[in-house]
Design a protein around this ligand. Structure first.
Ligand SMILES: CSC[C@@H](O)[C@@H](O)C(=O)COP(=O)(O)O
Length: 368
């Protein structure tokens, strides 16, 4: 997508053909900075410290991490060490394991001397595939927005609520939840996005608002607790969110707070959609609440908040009393029964085991 008129992806190969460049998302929205990954360890740190985040981008960064590992030592031992180190960075997004498995599958049958070139090639394919998957999600989701628009008076705005950042910054390009929104905007449909701030890390306020603003999509940042009120007053036509892992039965794990939005949507008959790229489906798990590991992060993310002062300095301040204990669960699970539809690259499907298996039969076979 565009940043001040220049097209960007979130991750790309450097001019030397070996190092990898990323947008450092910890600096947004106040500074747009590019970071360089020179080693597998750099890639692992970028994922762990959330310079890159969002399930599909975590996967693409891990793939390039394997390429950086293969460049320095393509032995079986070094690759399996890299796999384990990258896999340990974050526990919830399944795209991480998916991408690492794809890389291992591509590299294991080859001799060590053949591996570095193939590793870079496969990582680039994974990044390109992500772009095409998200484009497919956009095409599948656009008719939903068109249908809502068709039911309104001419020129009336379609109001869409989203949580966290499932935008192009969370993927290689387009985003999952945002792909239909960008396409609707480009098709001339008057869309407006309610952007949940998404405490504690504020991915909505810092990242979704930033990318929508740079693309010219009308939006309003709201406190996380606002969605239910807006829905009660007819100010939300649909909700669309991303996902870090969706079970074979359609339970959706996403950023903490997503479940509460789904409950409010159900109570107010607002459709609740999930942008779901197929690598985010975990065919090995069925009960999302019981089986998906939920990341618990530092309490500092809840206890402190970072922002820009009037003098332009970036500062972090504490917002809770000294000594108060803090809990920081990063994700929750929305049961399939609360989901209206899964917007995938193969169309909008019901959140049921049958529909998911029918849409992605080749993935079911591999997981069996
Ligand atoms: C297309 S991204 C989908 C999800 O990864 C996104 O909604 C999300 O929860 C990101 O969480 P984060 O902790 O910022 O990695």
């Amino acid at each position: 997508m565009q940043v001040d008129g220049t097209p960007y992806r979130t991750i790309w190969l450097g001019d030397d053909g070996e190092t990898v460049e990323i947008i450092d998302q910890t600096k947004l929205p106040h500074r747009f900075e590019i970071a360089r990954l020179e080693t597998m360890e750099d890639a692992a740190t970028a994922i762990k410290d959330m310079l890159v985040r969002g399930a599909p981008l975590i996967g693409a960064t891990a793939a390039y991490g394997m390429a950086l590992a293969a460049r320095s030592d393509p032995s079986n031992h070094a690759l399996s060490t890299a796999y384990n180190q990258l896999h340990a960075t974050r526990p919830t997004a399944i795209n991480l394991r998916w991408a690492l498995d794809e890389m291992m599958q591509a590299l294991s049958p080859l001799s060590p001397s053949e591996r570095p070139a193939r590793a870079y090639e496969r990582a680039a394919e994974i990044a390109d595939e992500d772009v095409e998957i998200n484009r497919g999600i956009g095409r599948a989701g656009l008719p939903i927005i068109e249908a809502i628009c068709a039911g309104k008076r001419p020129g009336e705005t379609v109001n869409i609520l989203t949580h966290c950042n499932a935008g192009w910054l969370a993927t290689v390009d387009w985003g999952t939840a945002t792909a239909p929104i960008y396409m609707a905007h480009e098709a001339g449909i008057p869309v407006h996005v309610w952007v949940d701030e998404t405490r504690p890390r504020n991915q909505g306020a810092s990242l979704t608002a930033w990318e929508l603003g740079h693309h010219g999509v009308p939006h309003t940042v709201i406190a996380d607790n606002t969605g239910g009120h807006l829905m009660q007053h007819g100010l939300v036509d649909m909700v669309i969110v991303g996902t870090d892992r969706t079970t074979a039965s359609g339970d959706v794990c996403n950023k903490i707070g997503t479940y509460l939005k789904a409950l409010a949507a159900r109570d107010n008959a607002v459709p609740f959609y999930v942008g779901l790229p197929s690598p985010t489906i975990d065919f090995r798990v069925h009960d999302g609440v019981k089986e998906i590991p939920i990341e618990e992060r530092s309490g500092d993310e809840v206890a402190k908040i970072t922002g820009r002062t009037a003098a332009g300095e970036i500062e972090t301040v504490t917002i809770i009393p000294d000594g108060s204990p803090v809990a920081n669960y990063a994700f929750d699970v929305t049961p399939a029964r609360l989901v209206t539809g899964l917007v995938t690259e193969r169309g909008v499907i019901e959140p049921t085991a049958e529909a998911i298996a029918a849409a992605f039969p080749e993935r079911v076979r591999v997981a069996a």
